[in-house]
Design a protein around this ligand. Structure first.
Ligand SMILES: C[S@@+](CC[C@H](N)C(=O)[O-])C[C@H]1O[C@@H](n2cnc3c(N)ncnc32)[C@H](O)[C@@H]1O
Length: 379
């Protein structure tokens, strides 16, 4: 139905109708009509209407528990953009359990390396706008590099590359450990960028730290973004530089099981002295509510918790972080459900991403896509 907006001031008609209608779908119809009217008579730029109506389909590879997806969805929500995750891939059954508990039924695929041929990728993965992947870091063949070609075969990155080449989405965001930059003397990143830059505008990757985005954790990660079309230089988000304090995410009176045993505590102290004698700074990290941030939590945190111990006062054994505190350190809201065991939860949050950083990058990516959209409408 295309309403006739031409004889009256369109905005007043819209607001009248808005006042009259009492359900969202009626309002959506009106917005659709209004947008068609604007396009038909080229009255204004359609940009602001597009922002309201823009829908972005995404896929979430190496999805873990969905930290990347959560960050993107938070950014999109702020910008009133609807999102639809049309495909997620993850092999770990416990991660899948947490993911489905929090995001609901999703089009889930297991091992992405089993997706196989181009035909199967076309058939299995619905079309989408953005690809997200926090993939494990692996070296590429030296032989391939010496022969002057990018041999990414046999690596997990190969599947990201293949899906991008087959499905050609508008943009992507890849996340990895900071160490990717120097991995294999810089060759791994060089091969990744060379391959991605064949079909995408890929600015130099950025290393961002969770502590600069409001989280009390020192966690540096490398972020790689790409866009099919370049309109101008993409700018990674400015650091928020919010002063963080560990006390803001600590639980009050966590149960006894988190306090480490005297045997473990003595071992930690012994090893620290040994490291110190050798002149290095390794060993446990002890923090309290006044600390600005912790060390990086890792998937191994469940083992002895040495990277982040919380002081319980003088002459008392320190404790490990609770699962909820790990979630908070990564920017997961308290509404995020933890349906798995403590060990699995530590592994999952340790492997995940700082949601706040992904949210900030996603905001910039959405701005970039909107500007692209606006430019192509005007052209
Ligand atoms: C670094 S974690 C990514 C975490 C995720 N970004 C998040 O926010 O939770 C990498 C994930 O890739 C998964 N993975 C590894 N190999 C895979 C494969 N062949 N297919 C699908 N997922 C895989 C691992 O189980 C792990 O959860």
């Amino acid at each position: 139905m295309l309403l006739n907006f031409s004889s009256l001031d369109s905005l007043s008609i819209l607001s009248c109708r808005r006042a009259l209608c009492n359900n969202l779908s009626a309002l959506e119809d009106i917005l659709k009509d209004y947008k068609n009217y604007l396009i038909k008579y080229s009255i204004f730029s359609t940009y602001c209407i597009d922002s309201i109506k823009m829908k972005l389909k995404i896929i979430d590879l190496f999805a873990g528990i969905g930290g990347v997806r959560l960050g993107f969805e938070k950014a999109a929500k702020k910008k009133l953009i609807e999102t639809n995750c049309v495909f997620s891939s993850e092999i770990d059954k416990y991660c899948i359990q947490t993911y489905i508990t929090n995001f609901g039924k999703t089009n889930f695929y297991g091992d992405i390396t089993k997706i196989g041929s181009t035909e199967n990728i076309i058939k299995t993965i619905p079309n989408f706008d953005l690809l997200f992947a926090g993939f494990p870091c692996q070296p590429f063949s030296q032989a391939g590099l010496k022969k002057g070609f990018n041999d990414t075969r046999g690596t997990l990155f190969f599947w990201i590359e293949k899906i991008l080449n087959v499905k050609k989405p508008s943009a992507f965001l890849l996340e990895n450990v900071k160490h990717l930059k120097g991995h294999d003397k810089g060759n791994t990143l060089k091969v990744i960028l060379k391959s991605l830059r064949k079909n995408y505008y890929v600015p130099d990757p950025e290393i961002l730290n969770a502590k600069d985005f409001g989280l009390p954790q020192n966690r540096e990660r490398i972020y790689i973004v790409g866009f099919r079309k370049k309109i101008n230089d993409f700018k990674f988000p400015n650091l928020k530089k919010i002063k963080t304090k560990l006390g803001d995410i600590l639980e009050t009176n966590p149960v006894k099981k988190y306090t480490i045993s005297s045997r473990l505590w003595s071992g930690h102290k012994r090893r620290k002295i040994k490291h110190r004698k050798k002149g290095n700074g390794f060993g446990y990290g002890l923090f309290d509510k006044n600390s600005q941030h912790t060390n990086t939590i890792s998937a191994r945190y469940y083992k002895d918790g040495s990277e982040v111990l919380i002081s319980r006062g003088k002459n008392k054994n320190p404790r490990k972080l609770t699962e909820r505190e790990c979630a908070r350190l990564q920017g997961f809201p308290d509404s995020f459900k933890i349906p798995v065991s403590t060990v699995q939860a530590y592994k999952q949050f340790g492997n995940s991403v700082p949601v706040n950083v992904v949210e900030a990058i996603s905001c910039e990516m959405i701005n970039y896509l909107e500007a692209q959209n606006k430019k192509s409408k005007v052209a």
